[in-house]
Design a protein around this ligand. Structure first.
Ligand code: CU
Length: 184
């Protein structure tokens, strides 16, 4: 077969590509070592810096009301999340990719209890709260990751606009993190 050397060359090339992508120095260089990594969705907010409180309702028709929120970059929001249904719901902030990955995990471990400042699980008839600071312009998605709810369209998004909020963001970012004032 005259094409043997050709295939061998292809194989060698494939192995070379595989080897070079397997070693990924970007990962090692990108680690910060402890603390919260910077996230495109923002960061946990300091309650005293919340400029507004917004009520969001979750229903058994698998909807958030409202499903779209508008904020300015740098703004800290207090989300008061009410479950007016008969079953458990939750509001989880994230990028599309994060929500999708998280949801796959939830489906594999249905009873999984998870907790993070970027989310709140709310029992029927109860009200939960998230205080979040939106630090990047663009879209921050949110969803209910209870099995079946995500697919049923229990999703929403926060539109983060740039502009006037930017200036105050500079001074706010130098503020102490929560808890720092409680040291004795
Ligand atoms: Cu739900």
């Amino acid at each position: 077969m005259s094409n043997f050397p050709h295939s061998a060359a292809k194989l060698a090339l494939a192995m070379l590509i595989f080897t070079s992508t397997a070693v990924s120095p970007a990962w090692a260089a990108g680690q910060h070592g402890g603390g919260h990594p910077e996230s495109p969705i923002g960061q946990p907010g300091v309650p005293a810096q919340a400029s507004r409180t917004i009520d969001v309702e979750m229903t058994d028709t698998m909807r958030f009301h409202p499903a779209r929120l508008d904020v300015r970059k740098g703004e800290t929001l207090r989300l008061r999340v009410k479950n007016s249904g008969q079953i458990k719901h939750e509001l989880v902030l994230g990028t599309q990719a994060e929500l999708q990955a998280h949801y796959e995990q939830m489906k594999r471990f249905p009873g999984m209890e998870h907790e993070d400042p970027s989310m709140v699980s709310v029992a029927p008839g109860q009200i939960g709260e998230i205080v979040w600071k939106f630090t990047e312009t663009g879209t921050v998605d949110f969803a209910c990751l209870q099995p079946g709810h995500f697919e049923s369209g229990m999703v929403g998004h926060v539109a983060v606009a740039g502009g006037a909020g930017d200036a105050s963001n500079q001074s706010a970012s130098s503020a102490r993190p929560t808890g720092a004032a409680h040291r004795h």
